[in-house]
Structure formats: structure tokens, C-alpha cells
Write a protein that binds this ligand. Structure first.
Ligand code: IMP
Ligand code: MG
Length: 178
């Protein structure tokens, strides 16, 4: 029988603590609460990574809000770069609604820029983006992020919704692997 070697990566250091994350979510919730005070808002969470950001944010929102979720896959291959595939679409019609996309991390920008184009084609009243972690200096598809949590370096990170092979999403802080 062939023995399979399994590479086990360990969490090497905490990059952003649970307390820093909680404070940031409160700060951003305040901005969103004042911006949409008199408006209806549809929060669109991008699965799976954004499930924790959305639930932490949700508890601090004090506006007329509904929640919907999408699951998408991005393709980075040369033939199909710039493409996203919808794995699970929204349940609601977003035409004439104020949309807030909530995403875990902005890396190359491919996912968010394509997603924004896709949702724009459905004629919402407005679209804003909240992205919890933004990787510095490596974006290929530039897109304006209306609310960004933390700027981080280019290293691969896990925790607070972000995974490595499906693991570590449950960590309440952001960590690097080694
Ligand atoms: P983008 O399309 O390159 O901006 O990539 C965004 C997606 O890649 C995110 O939604 C994450 O699922 C994934 N991703 C990018 N960087 C990381 C990371 O450091 N850790 C975990 N997932 C990541
Ligand atoms: Mg993702």
C-alpha cells in the first residue's frame, strides 16, 4: 500500500487579533448605519469566506436590511481569466435596491470586479463593497472598495472565514500559515 504524505501547515502567527477585528466591524457598521439610515439595504454575502463577517456585521446594523448570499468560483487560467462561475445565485431580485457586497478578501480583484459587473447588469439602485481584508499592491483588476477592514501583506492568510483547504475558517482572528 502506498503511504500518502500529508503536509500539515501550522498557524505561525496572529496577524490581526479578535479584538482588533471586533473594533473594526463596529467602526464599519457605524458608517453603514449612517449611510443607509433612510434607505433599504440588501447585504449580499459572498460564500463561503464572508459568512463570519456578515454575521458579525449583521448584529450591529440598525437599518432596514435584508440578507442574501451568493457562492462563486473564479478562474485564473489564461484561457478563462476574468471569469466567474455562479455556484449559488441570489434568491432575491435586486433591481432598484441598494446593494452592499460583503467579501472576505481582495487579492487579485478578479472576483470582486466581475461580481460587481454582474450585479450591475441587474439594475440595482446602488452598489457598494465592504471587503474585510485587502492585500496590498498585488491587485490586477482594480476596483474601488467602499469599506475596507484591514490592509495586509501578500502572504496567504487564514481565519475569520478564510480557509486553507477548507480548514481554519472558525478562528476568530487572522493568522499566517507556515
Ligand atoms: P481574488 O479574485 O484574487 O481577489 O481572490 C479572492 C478570493 O481568493 C477570496 O474570496 C478568497 O476566497 C481567496 N483568497 C485570496 N487570498 C487568500 C488568502 O490569503 N487566504 C485564503 N483565501 C484567499
Ligand atoms: Mg472567497
Amino acid at each position: 500500500m502506498l503511504l500518502q504524505k500529508r503536509v500539515i501547515l501550522k498557524i505561525s502567527k496572529t496577524l490581526i487579533t479578535q479584538e482588533e477585528i471586533e473594533n473594526k466591524i463596529s467602526e464599519i457598521a457605524d458608517l453603514i448605519n449612517s449611510k443607509y439610515k433612510k434607505e433599504e439595504l440588501v447585504v449580499v454575502g459572498i460564500l463561503k469566506g464572508a459568512f463570519i463577517v456578515v454575521s458579525d456585521l449583521a448584529k450591529q446594523l440598525d437599518v432596514d436590511v435584508t440578507f442574501d448570499f451568493m457562492s462563486i468560483k473564479s478562474y485564473y487560467g489564461s484561457e478563462s481569466s476574468g471569469q466567474i462561475k455562479i455556484v449559488k445565485d441570489l434568491e432575491y431580485d435586486i433591481s432598484n435596491k441598494n446593494i452592499l457586497i460583503v467579501e472576505d478578501i481582495y487579492d487579485t480583484g478578479l472576483t470582486l470586479s466581475n461580481l460587481k459587473k454582474l450585479l450591475e447588469s441587474r439594475n440595482p439602485k446602488s452598489i457598494e463593497i465592504f471587503c474585510m481584508f485587502v492585500k496590498k499592491g498585488i491587485s490586477k483588476d482594480h476596483i474601488d472598495i467602499d469599506y475596507s477592514g484591514f490592509e495586509i501583506g501578500p502572504d496567504f492568510v487564514v481565519g475569520y472565514g478564510l480557509d486553507y483547504n477548507g480548514k481554519y475558517r472558525e478562528l476568530p482572528y487572522l493568522a499566517a500559515l507556515s
